[in-house]
Design a protein around this ligand. Structure first.
Ligand SMILES: [Ca+2]
Ligand SMILES: [Ca+2]
Ligand SMILES: [Ca+2]
Length: 344
C-alpha cells in the first residue's frame, strides 16, 4: 500500500461527519465500523527500522501505520488471522505481531480535594511543589478525558497552535482533524469530554502538584465504557510524543503483555519523556505496562494494606538492586518496608 493510501487511511474525521466520510474515505487507524469489527481482528505489527509492510498478506482489510512509529494497525478477516500472523512473523522485516488486546482504566478515584487529603501529605505534595511548578511541561493524560465544561481546566488544557478549530481541516497534517485540545481515541472525535470522571480526577491531581503544567487530554475509552484496545493505547502514546509530551500518565492497565505498547514506551524514553503507569487495583502483581523493565515504583498507601485502606494495590517484587532504573523518588508508608512489602 502506498504512502498516499496510508495517509488517506490515517485521516481522522470529526465525529459528526465521520459516518459519511468513513464510507468514502475508508478512514482511520483506530476506527472500525461495528459491522466490520464482528468479522475482523486487529493486529499490531511492529516493523524493523526502515522496513515496509508491503506486500500485504492476502486477507488484510485495512493497514495503517501509526504516524511517527514502526507500528502498523492492521485489520484482517477473522478466518485468516492465524495464517496472516504466521506469514508476517516469518518476514525478516517484522519484529513482532500480536492481536490487539484489551486494557482498562484503573477506575478508583476517590481522593477528594487534593490539598486537603491525606494523599497530599503522603506524597509530600508541599515539597514536590517547591521543586517545580510544572511550567513548560506538557503532561499527556491517557484516560477518560477531561471535564471540558469546567472553567478551572480552561487555562490548563494544552492548545495545539497549528490546528484551527472547527474548520474540518487537518491544518497541521498530523492525520487528526481539528485536534485543537486533545483527541478522543475511544470515540474517534476531537472532543475528549470526560463522561466518567476518572480522567478529570487524575488531571486535577496532576495540576494540584504541578499547577503550571499543561494537560493534553487523550481519551482512550469509548463513552459509557472503561476499557480500550492496545492499538488505541499505542496510537495515543505516539500522538502524545508528536506534540512534545514530557510526561505520559497511564492510570490504566493492559490485560496482557504487548510488544507494541512496549515499543511505544521505549520510544517515549528515547524522546526523554517519562511514562507513569498504574500498578493495578486487583490485589495481584503489578500489571502491564507498569511491570515493564524501566520502572520506578511509587506506591501510595494511607495505611498498611493499600490505598484507600482497602488493600487493593498491586505490588511488585523488585528489589532496590535489581533494576538499574530504580530510584528512591518517594519512600512512603514505612509499615510496608518493615513488613517486607515495600511502599515506594
Ligand atoms: Ca490535526
Ligand atoms: Ca482544523
Ligand atoms: Ca468525544
Amino acid at each position: 500500500m502506498g504512502n498516499e493510501m496510508e495517509s488517506l487511511l490515517r485521516i481522522r474525521m470529526k465525529g459528526r461527519v465521520l459516518g459519511i466520510l468513513f464510507i468514502t474515505a475508508f478512514a482511520v487507524c483506530g476506527y472500525v465500523l461495528p459491522c466490520m469489527a464482528q468479522d475482523t481482528v486487529e493486529l499490531l505489527v511492529v516493523l524493523e527500522q526502515g522496513a515496509s509492510i508491503e506486500p500485504l498478506p492476502q486477507g488484510v482489510i485495512t493497514s495503517c501505520r501509526i504516524p511517527g512509529s514502526p507500528v502498523i494497525r492492521m485489520r484482517v478477516s477473522k478466518d485468516r488471522v492465524e495464517e496472516i500472523m504466521r506469514e508476517l512473523k516469518a518476514r525478516k522485516d517484522v519484529r513482532s505481531v500480536e492481536r490487539s488486546g484489551t486494557g482498562r482504566i484503573e477506575n478508583n478515584p476517590d481522593v477528594g480535594g487534593l490539598k486537603d487529603s491525606e494523599w497530599y501529605e503522603e506524597i509530600e505534595g508541599e515539597d514536590i511543589s517547591k521543586l517545580s511548578s510544572g511550567a513548560g511541561v506538557l503532561v499527556a493524560v491517557i484516560d477518560t478525558g477531561i471535564d471540558l465544561e469546567n472553567t478551572i481546566f480552561e487555562p490548563c488544557v494544552f492548545v495545539n497552535p497549528a490546528e484551527i478549530p472547527g474548520d474540518l481541516i487537518d491544518n497541521d497534517g498530523n492525520g487528526y482533524i481539528d485536534d485543537r485540545r486533545g483527541w478522543d481515541f475511544g470515540d474517534n472525535d476531537n472532543e475528549p469530554r470526560d463522561e466518567n470522571g476518572h480522567g478529570t480526577e487524575v488531571s486535577s491531581i496532576i495540576l494540584g502538584l504541578a499547577p503550571e503544567c499543561r494537560i493534553l487530554p487523550l481519551k482512550i475509552n469509548p463513552d459509557g465504557g472503561d476499557t480500550f484496545t492496545t492499538g488505541d493505547l499505542v496510537e495515543c502514546i505516539y500522538y502524545a510524543l508528536s506534540l512534545g509530551a514530557r510526561v505520559i500518565n497511564l492510570s490504566l492497565t493492559v490485560d496482557q503483555n504487548s510488544e507494541a505498547v512496549s515499543e511505544a514506551i521505549r520510544a517515549a524514553y528515547g524522546a526523554g519523556s517519562l511514562v507513569v503507569a498504574a500498578a493495578g487495583n486487583d490485589s495481584g502483581d503489578v500489571a502491564f505496562p507498569a511491570k515493564g523493565k524501566r520502572r520506578v515504583e511509587v506506591e501510595i498507601g494511607l495505611e498498611p494494606g493499600g490505598n484507600h485502606g482497602d488493600g487493593i494495590n498491586n505490588r511488585g517484587q523488585v528489589k532496590p538492586d535489581e533494576d538499574d532504573y530504580w530510584k528512591d523518588l518517594l519512600s512512603i508508608s514505612e509499615e510496608y518496608a518493615q513488613g517486607g512489602q515495600k511502599g515506594r
